[in-house]
Ligand binder design. Structure first.
Ligand code: GLV
Ligand code: MN
Ligand code: MN
Length: 407
């Protein structure tokens, strides 16, 4: 029992053209026209494969392949949105391998006890609307539907209005649904599998993630006549915070990672002292108490930077997901499958967030990782060798079959 590698390669090529960048990457921001075209392409393929397609209130797409019984399904999911100038594997590979699993079952007319459902989640990336994984978060009851609907992009456009505009504001309630298991194949986005010459990672859990937003209110003024001694420069305070965030990671050491990835400077011209800066802080660690310590350090750094420059700082901790271990039985099923397909594999922890993290709140979840070339992702250079993808997709197929049970 195997997937059709050539067919999977063709799907990766075809879907990868929607939102393709000149350097072979992908810009398919959530609920953009490109996202709509990506979704439409997927829905067409899902219907061709005989799936019953529904869309929920958050625009999550589900395609069900009926089982012998009406027991809860095995859900295979991921996302088709991308970060700006991202790659064509993050998310997309998971839904295409899920589609290929369904097609492989169809080819051999395999019947399963539990239904097998393919899921595509809205705005996994959190690049356009914050936070990330917003739609699985609503489904898990961790984010209020109203709050998700009112999330705004950098131009002030509301998520719900974009859902409606692209035709994916569905009627199905976005609430926890029972499932036999949730499976997600994804690129590792780190260096370990490649360094160790392995094709498959059996994911044991996902790190805790904390996102904060800092707004610094300085005093906008002229860059020429204003002497240095009377300035209150929001960007100078921001620079201290950026360096401080790096210092937190260095001092706590271990597994903590900390990033300032977004900085908005106002008015952002040559000859004005910056009056306002907003910046993002992303911190992650497998241990929740370590993340608490990092957060306390961040607060102290912000306080000091504000006092030194005489500026007002508003720090908002607006998103937190705890360390999430995956279900032992699902992890074991993925490991058995990796062994059965002959993939060189090992257990691994995810440093990136995935919808599986919220799905694990609702029911038994697990993931399959495949290597990332040079460990890179969220960039146009993102790449995974097809022979590794083949091992990963076959692992996904066998794990799904195992969990869905024979008819
Ligand atoms: C999602 O890509 C995340 O881990 O931020
Ligand atoms: Mn992803
Ligand atoms: Mn991503």
């Amino acid at each position: 029992m195997k997937i059709d590698t050539k067919r999977l390669e063709r799907s990766i090529e075809e879907l990868g053209k929607i939102g393709q960048t000149p350097r072979g990457g992908l810009t398919r921001l959530a609920l953009s026209d490109e996202d709509k075209r990506g979704r439409d392409w997927m829905v067409t393929r899902m219907r061709e494969a005989g799936l019953r397609v529904t869309v929920d209130q958050m625009g999550n797409i589900f395609g069900e392949r009926a089982g012998e019984t009406t027991r809860p399904p095995v859900i295979i999911g991921s996302h088709v949105d991308s970060v700006p100038t991202g790659g064509r594997y993050d998310g997309q590979l998971g839904v295409l391998c899920g589609l290929e699993v369904i097609r492989a079952l169809n080819d051999r007319q395999i019947r399963t006890r539990h239904p097998v459902t393919l899921a595509i989640f809205t705005n996994e990336e959190g690049a356009r609307f914050q936070p990330a994984m917003i739609a699985s978060g609503v489904m898990a009851g961790k984010i209020a539907l109203e709050d998700a609907y009112n999330a705004r992009d950098k131009d002030g456009i509301r998520l719900v209005d974009e859902l409606e505009r692209i035709g994916y504001l569905g009627a199905e309630p976005c609430v926890a649904r029972p499932f036999r298991a949730y499976l997600e194949l994804h690129i590792e986005q780190g260096p370990f599998l490649e360094e160790e010459g392995l094709s498959v990672g059996v994911v044991e859990g996902i790190v805790a993630i904390a996102w904060s937003r800092l707004t610094i209110h300085g005093v906008q003024d002229h860059a020429g006549p204003t002497p240095m001694r009377i300035r209150h420069d929001a960007l100078v305070a921001a620079a201290e915070v950026v360096a401080g965030v790096r210092r937190i990671a260095r001092e706590i050491a271990g597994d903590l990672v900390a990033t300032v990835g977004n900085l908005v400077v106002t008015p952002n011209i040559v000859n004005a002292i910056p009056g306002r800066v907003t910046l993002s802080i992303d911190m992650r660690d497998p241990r929740d108490p370590t993340l608490d310590r990092a957060r306390a350090s961040l607060e102290a750094i912000v306080r000091d930077a504000g006092e030194r420059e005489g500026v007002r700082c508003e720090l908002e901790h607006y998103w937190r997901v705890p360390y999430t271990p995956f279900d032992r039985d699902v992890v074991d099923a993925v490991e058995r499958a990796a062994r059965a397909v002959g993939a060189r594999h090992r257990r691994i922890r995810s440093g990136a967030g995935h919808d599986a993290q919220y799905m694990a709140v609702i029911g038994p979840a697990g993931m399959v990782f495949v290597p990332s070339r040079d460990g890179r992702s969220h960039c146009e250079e993102e790449f995974t060798e097809i022979h590794d993808i083949e091992y990963g997709a076959n692992t996904l197929l066998l794990a799904a079959l195992d969990l869905a049970g024979p008819a």
